[in-house]
Design a protein around this ligand. Structure first.
Ligand SMILES: [Zn+2]
Length: 431
């Protein structure tokens, strides 16, 4: 039931060096670009360079997609997005959609509820837009190949499943920000960040492809959604594990000892690398927002986004919980992100993506998150057994374990585990 979809994602980690050529949407990888497609056809015919030149002149770049983010309304917690789509040939209309959920968090969130002031135009004229359903906008192309969609997203929810912006910075989770042109999810896209002057840093696990403003490239919509961006005055701590670059990006002040945090995290990640025997990413980013009351995190392909209390780094029990969360999310870089059930990628962003195997994706990861701390010798054997005992006690105290199987718990996570009520302990069990 498991499959390795390494090729779906791995091509996101291309060269990290600035490639200003990408600013016009031509990929440096000739096999994946329109230039490459043309060259494979045209170049074998010697003396036909003039033909190639004409083709390049008249042929629009197919499906060029660029998101430009700006923050002039950040005081009111709005992100302004201008989406440019080029190469729309032979169509009378194009539909645009907003995701209804984000991978890793299995509940319908209807991100379109935060979209306002959506309009469309070309370089010549305004284009009519009609709303088809809760998350779909239809743009009448009126013969235009290159169009611009303008909209704003209200972002005032500082969780690992949503986005937040204020005067000091922004933390953007892709599913809640980027509408996508329907049918073009497989295409490469660029993200241009018009950073407000006071903001020092813009950080993403996406390759930075240059430009005066930060410009990131995503190989497809799945990669884009899977790559949060943190902006503002967050602190960046770089460290290496087995020669592989890692970094913490921490927003907000907290009671952490940075040297100890980096050393302990490095020890945990080293244990994860040892289990699998290889490292599936070129670099890894741990985004931390110190503004929540309780800990929570979401796994991404080459990063994780944690939201937790600024006081989580002591006493020891709280720090152990935080390191367990880090271990859990980094472990997901393997289990869940690359080794995963078939329905979990490429994703359908419009509806529930059902699987009976969340107990593997989450359960196995949860089993290892505490064990990794013991293997890294960050907790004692006695401490570890206490944690396991507490887990067992919690499960045995819930009558729901006798009525719901792990497969059922996985499949119904969308309507049960993620939507608990007063009867949940009697009828459900955590996968
Ligand atoms: Zn998890």
């Amino acid at each position: 039931m498991f499959t390795i979809h390494e090729t779906d994602y791995s091509h996101s980690r291309q060269s990290k060096s600035p490639e200003t050529g990408n600013a016009i949407g031509v990929s440096p990888d000739p096999s994946s670009s329109i230039l490459g497609m043309i060259s494979r056809v045209a170049l074998p015919h010697r003396g036909h360079w003039w033909l190639l030149c004409i083709v390049l002149q008249v042929m629009p770049l197919f499906g060029r997609i660029t998101y430009t983010l700006s923050f002039e309304d950040r005081f009111e917690h709005y992100v302004t997005v201008e989406l440019e789509v080029d190469g729309l040939r032979g169509k009378s209309y194009q539909d645009f959609k907003m995701a209804v959920w984000t991978p890793g968090s299995y509940v319908i969130r209807d991100y379109a509820r935060n979209v306002v002031e959506l309009s469309a135009k070309s370089t010549l004229k305004d284009l009519s837009v009609s709303k088809l359903d809760k998350n779909t906008w239809r743009v009448n192309l009126d013969g235009q190949r290159r169009i611009f969609i303008h909209y704003k997203v209200y972002a005032f929810e500082p969780t690992h499943r949503t986005s937040y912006v204020d005067d000091d910075g922004a933390m953007l989770n892709g599913a809640s920000v980027y509408i996508y042109p329907d049918g073009m999810e497989g295409q490469e896209c660029l993200v241009v960040v018009n950073k407000p002057r006071p903001w020092d840093n813009v950080t993403s696990s996406l390759p930075w492809v240059g430009g005066r403003s930060p410009v990131f490239r995503a190989a497809n919509y799945d990669i884009l959604v899977d790559s949060p961006i943190m902006m503002g005055d967050h602190t960046v701590f770089d460290f290496e594990v087995g020669g592989v670059p890692h970094r913490y990006c921490i927003e907000g002040e907290g009671n952490y000892d940075s040297q100890r945090l980096l050393t302990d995290t490095g020890s945990i990640i080293e244990q994860i690398h040892n289990i699998f025997g290889s490292v599936p990413y070129e670099d890894y980013t741990i985004f931390v927002q110190l503004r929540g009351e309780r800990g929570g995190g979401l796994e991404h392909l080459n990063s994780t986004h944690l939201v937790t209390s600024r006081w989580t780094f002591s006493p020891a029990a709280a720090y152990t919980r935080f390191l367990t969360l880090v271990a859990h999310e980094v472990f997901h870089a393997y289990n869940g992100k690359r080794l995963r059930p078939v329905p979990l990628g490429p994703f359908d962003y419009e509806r529930e993506n059902y699987t009976e195997l969340l107990w593997i994706v989450e359960g196995l990861t949860s089993y290892y998150d505490q064990l990794l701390l013991r293997r890294a010798e960050l907790i004692s054997a006695e401490n570890y057994l206490d944690l396991i005992a507490a887990d067992i006690q919690r499960v045995e105290a819930e009558p729901g374990r006798l009525t719901q199987t792990l497969q059922e718990a996985s499949f119904d996570a969308w309507i049960k585990y993620y939507q608990p009520d007063e009867n949940s302990p009697n009828t459900t069990i955590s996968y």
